[in-house]
Design a protein around this ligand. Sequence first.
Ligand code: TXA
Ligand code: MG
Length: 324
Amino acid sequence: MIRTRVLRPNAAALAAAAKILRAGGLVAFPTETVYGLGARAYDASAARRVYKAKGRPADNPLIVHISDEAMLEDVVRQVPPLARKLMDAFWPGPLTLVLEKSARVPGAVTAGGLTVAVRCPGHPAARALIRALGEPIAAPSANLSGRPSPTTAAHVLRDLRGRVALILDGGSCRKGLESTIVDARGRRPVVLRPGTLTGETIARAAGVPLAAPGRAAPAAPGTRHRHYAPSCRVILAPPALVRRGALAGLGDIGTGLVHRTPWPGRRPAYARRVRGGVGAYAAALFSALRDAEAAGVQTLYVETVPDRGIGRAVMDRLRRAALL
Ligand code: TXA
Ligand code: MG
């Protein structure tokens, strides 16, 4: 067990964080999607510490985070025209590109694979940390493996206290769902994991239609694993059911999106109503799963959304949180 410090990402904290990373240690940091658990990307033993701290399966590679395009040169073998287009359109931002890895990226980061997932985050504290280190940072989400991704420093602390030296607290993550992962090695983009940046938007920027995942570009290994699960049982509830008040307590919570106990007349132990569109719903989802768990909820009903646009990413996470 190590002592875990939580600090606002000011200049002193960023310097301390860079020092820890340089020594092969781990630092959790905010991004616009979810918090990451970072290690020096060019250090195989540091990367292995990330797997150990999270209890992450060894076959699930990490994402390499860079602060600017100049850093990309050392991470990948080449930047194909499609990747260039998508980078120009969406970096910094919630887009991860899968490309051929350079010799410098250790197999410990890519789970032995010849491709590397790379992204330039939009959150200023994330980029400031990478700049302070002067090198790319390998980072998966900063949760224990299988749990909902963290969207606040408190979520990270709950999972990784004693397993990470420092958590940079940058408040709540704006997007709240992990980045969209796109294989950009070929002529057409292949979405390997949906995110808040939608396939439609990516295809428009690419100027060509998406291709489906297949043998050459299989879905991200992480999407095979059970995921995003709080300790409560998650049950998906169609909106029609919720609107009809079949899920109890609706008098109190309006069109409550995330709540418990389907019996009319009983107040749920936990209820969270999300105002705004599906983007707001996405941003609230993981924190709602964790809040319900903290409230001692055993069965959690979560309202589903239409499976398109950002809703695709929401439903991808919800289905995997609800697997038995
Ligand atoms: O928004 C995000 O993506 C956040 C922040 C911290 O950047 N990161 C994140 O990482 O959520 P996480 O825990 O989802 O793990 C990385 C994902 C896994 O699903 C993994 O399978 C996939 O990226 N991945 C990594 N390298 C890959 C590769 N070479 N090919 C395909 N998928 C890859
Ligand atoms: Mg993750």
